[in-house]
Design a binder for this molecule. Sequence first.
Ligand code: DAH
Length: 317
Amino acid sequence: MQELRNVPNENKKEAGQKINEAKQYIENAIAEKLAEIKEKEIEMLINATESYDETMPVSVDYGSYHPITLVQREVENIFLSMGFNVEDYSEITDDYNCFEALNIPKHHPARDMQDTYYLSSNQLLKTHTSAAQNTILRKYKSNLESGNPIRAIFPGRCFRNEKIDACHENTFFQMEGIMVDKDISISNLIYFMKTMLSEVFQRDITVRLRPGFFPFVEPGFELDIQCSICGGKGCASCKDSGWLELCPCGMIHPNVLTAAGIDPEEYTGFAFGLGLTRLAMMKYEVKDIRLFNSGNLKELSQFTDVSFTHPEESKEA
Ligand code: DAH
């Protein structure tokens, strides 16, 4: 192109055309070659994964259990040893199971605290593990007819519209527990909670019950444990009260039993909703709840105790 100005005027047009043709030819050839190289590169990548050698020794970390998984499994083991079934329950439920069956009718003010994610299918993400009570009571109802209690725990992920800060998350874990039989009383409830918490914290735990309102239990309580940091004298961790709120619970409301087809005149039961995320924060002294959903492996992996085994895993082994 630079030489074009030296070409005599009468030949300029023809030379320009020829140069342009050559330029076009070279550009096409480059584009073709690039496409070919790209194709070869993809082919090489595919072949490389096919020749992946799974017998090569692993030299990286094995990963670790999430602190909530650890606490959940620990509590599961304790309740398994007390004859409870561990139940799985979906994260997606509906208005009936999450509210109506739990004696929370439409427009009940208790719903205000539990706004959640509604799906276009008229379903919703469960706001508490209590949402499985009706299903699980129905599942084990036949136990009662054959003279056996219903004993089940059901851990799970829950969702709520929360203003997120160090203590509040829109996604958190609870573990619900229920026991139904003839003559179940508050003493049974206190016994099971005390035993479980003493096992989790590996020391004798002092608990107290305060009245608490939940539409699905009557009477309802807030179960507090004595603060382990100050031994009940009062400190910054327990806001000077000497007690930490841990687990709401109560005697299952007759309407909830009736909704599951169980006669409340004949049977009674207790229920509790343990905050698993909260328990993990207390046990591992995690100050900020946001750590749990952060995906920060450096922080999250420090709690794993590799000697830990779950009964389900030892069964598989
Ligand atoms: N579902 C309640 C909540 O998330 C907690 C709860 C309270 C569960 C009392 C219970 C109970 O089983 O008896 O706010």
